[in-house]
Design a protein around this ligand. Structure first.
Ligand SMILES: [Fe+2]
Ligand SMILES: [Fe+2]
Length: 288
């Protein structure tokens, strides 16, 4: 991999928020739709350590370049979640550990089996790291686009500045994942074939399976169903198109269409249906 991993690791840092005026949200609060999106983003950023648990159960843990990145990635995502928690607290809502504990409480029981599934998949195919890198690239592109859309729609200068800083760090995550994906996919026709199959069949927007369907649907339609949002999904799809062997999948735009029209028959986010809207609301009431 030609990316300068040492420089990436050296530049890894806690998100700077000391000069962000969170008090401004008390005098000029965010609208309810923006707050609903931020709750989703907070919970998903806070879930990164759980994703890492799955990834380390694969042969990815044998690659020191990948583990160096993962250590920094998890640290930075943690502070993204904390920064969003600060915004929620400024609106007198719980954020951080109390909220995350409730989020994790309502995960479906089968979540405990995920590391086993990852270990088995890793034993079956040597291309699991290619899958991880590609999945990571698609998710980081989508996350960055989501933050961009939220900043544009909310029109709140303090939130815009905070999200700009988060997006900058997401850009470094993109650099690592996209290059890792490009390199590994270019090396193997089997990896390309497997990846195409996996994305077509299982890819769902970030947070599916962790967040209730209703929250996923709300976030995607709120951020991406207008003209600018649709253009953003098309941009994500063009980035995926440029990865070896992954042209023409239209993942982001298809997900938008399916979620916006409520036609979600056989897709991965249905697997998240065990996280019901009711358990989500009850869990967070207890956290308050
Ligand atoms: Fe993040
Ligand atoms: Fe990220």
């Amino acid at each position: 991999m030609s990316i300068d991993i040492d420089s990436l690791v050296r530049r890894s840092a806690r998100l700077e928020v000391e000069d962000i005026n969170f008090e401004a949200f008390r005098t000029k609060p965010l609208d309810p739709d923006t707050l609903r999106c931020l709750r989703y983003m907070h919970d998903v950023e806070g879930h990164t350590a759980c994703y890492m648990r799955h990834l380390l159960a694969t042969r990815a843990h044998r690659d020191p370049e990948v583990t160096a990145f993962l250590a920094c990635w998890c640290y930075e995502e943690h502070w993204h979640g904390e920064a969003i928690a600060e915004v929620l607290r400024a609106h007198t809502e719980p954020g951080g550990r109390a909220r995350l504990a409730a989020t994790r409480q309502r995960l479906p029981k089968r979540d405990a089996l995920r590391p086993v599934a990852f270990t088995l998949a890793s034993a079956v195919t040597p291309h699991i790291v290619a899958v991880h890198m590609t999945w990571g690239a698609v998710n980081e592109w989508s996350t960055q686009a989501g933050y961009g859309r939220l900043a544009a729609k909310a029109g709140h200068p303090v939130l815009s500045e905070l999200l700009r800083r988060i997006m900058r760090q997401e850009g470094r995550h993109i650099d690592f994942y996209a290059l890792g994906a490009r390199t590994r996919l270019a090396q193997s026709a089997t990896a390309r074939h497997l990846m195409r199959l996996a994305l077509r069949r299982y890819w769902a927007p970030v947070g599916a399976g962790v967040m209730p369907d209703a929250e996923l649907r709300f976030l995607v339609t709120h951020l991406f169903s207008d003209a600018e949002g649709r253009a953003a999904t098309q941009r994500i799809d063009r980035l995926v198109d440029r990865l070896p062997g992954l042209g023409g999948l239209h993942l982001a735009e298809k997900a938008l269409d399916e979620l916006a029209t409520n036609s979600v028959p056989d897709r991965a986010w249905r697997a998240g249906a065990a996280v019901t809207d009711r358990s989500y609301e009850e869990g967070h009431r207890h956290a308050c």
